[in-house]
Design a protein around this ligand. Sequence first.
Ligand code: ZN
Length: 247
Amino acid sequence: MYEKAAQLIKKANRTVAFTGAGISVESGIPPFRGENGLWNKYDPATFEISYFLRNTKSSWEVMRDIFYDLFGQVQPNYAHIALAELEKRNLLHAVITQNVDNLHTDAGSKNVYEFHGSLKKLRCMSCNSLVEVSKVDLNTLPPQCTKCSGILKPDAVFFGESIPKDAYTKSFHEADRADLFILIGTTGEVAPANMIPRIANARGAKIIEINVEESSYTGSVTDIFLQGRATEVMENLMRQINGSKSE
Ligand code: ZN
């Protein structure tokens, strides 16, 4: 399995990684969905754009609690780092991520399409300017834009908001062009992101899937299923890619 996967990666002309919550779990980021998911602890309504607009301060308080205190100190893990390494070696063209934790960029990946935006940046709802959250004082909520005093909102996609146009266009473009997709830690529950691997497969791309458990992709589009935690599987895979002359 690993040998076959390594060969596919070496031979492909255009490989794209498609990542979800499962790749960041080992960095200490809890998933949103599932038994231990954040949605079991917090009301998802907090992250509806209409709720945010009506209850900006209290919504921000919850977000500061979850994202900026809890997520604030996390580091990329080996799986993120391995993808950055593959890109450096021209074995990976891009990463499409559904995560909003910025860990691919932190790990050194350059070509990252953040399908659901990023929490690392805040966007002014009045003048649209972007600012790094590290430069913003979150002691006073909601934070305000220094240019126009507008309200700042995390630049992640809330329920009811559309996907950032640039990431959307580029991701679906990759679905048309890539000949290999590596899915990591994504169960394929969230639309429209979950369509990307399926479209890629329909256009002829091979699919390597890395997951702790089988997903809706496994029995349908996946060619090679590598079961296990993201870091563990990526370590094995990198060893196989680096490994010797084995075809
Ligand atoms: Zn502004």
